[in-house]
Design a binder for this molecule. Structure first.
Ligand SMILES: [Zn+2]
Length: 150
């Protein structure tokens, strides 16, 4: 019998917390998103116990992240910002290529919409359906939706 063991990291989107901040990387102003990254020791891919837990304060637009210790992260994750003024969604671009050449593997784009300024901008282009599913799962955003664009 072969026993497979090792470590695997899972990330969880914890939500948006605190007041709006200006990102030092992309200069856009949003409530920071908090992400927990937990590395588990696994036996045959069944998580047994966590070996490392990290928290990150992340810009929801460009993904610029700052690592925080647990105590700091917990103290900052008190006031959830439910009035989040942005929504993230995926566009399924059906019109990028003629139907014959249509390649479903890279026809998704990740977009942000800012409800205050009504600006929309593309964060990533050329994503596959699988990548979009993973982003949706990791971010855990309720607002996430896939829209077909013709
Ligand atoms: Zn940013």
């Amino acid at each position: 019998m072969i026993i497979i063991y090792g470590v695997e990291t899972f990330t969880k989107h914890m939500g948006f917390f605190g007041p709006v901040e200006t990102c030092p990387n992309c200069s856009r102003s949003y409530s920071p998103a908090y992400v927990r990254s937990r590395t588990w020791f696994h036996l045959t891919y069944i998580p047994i116990f966590p070996v490392k837990t990290c928290y990150y304060k992340t810009c929801p637009v460009c993904g610029n992240s700052v690592e925080l210790d647990k105590k700091t992260a917990k103290s900052l994750m008190i006031n959830p910002n439910y009035s989040q003024s942005v929504c993230m969604y995926a566009r399924h671009i059906l019109s990028l290529k003629p139907a014959k050449l249509f390649d479903p593997d890279n026809s998704y784009e990740l977009w942000f919409k800012d409800f205050i300024t009504n600006q929309e901008f593309c964060v990533f282009a050329g994503l596959s359906k699988e990548q979009i599913k993973n982003i949706k799962k990791n971010m855990g955003l309720k607002q996430f939706q896939i829209i077909d664009y013709n």
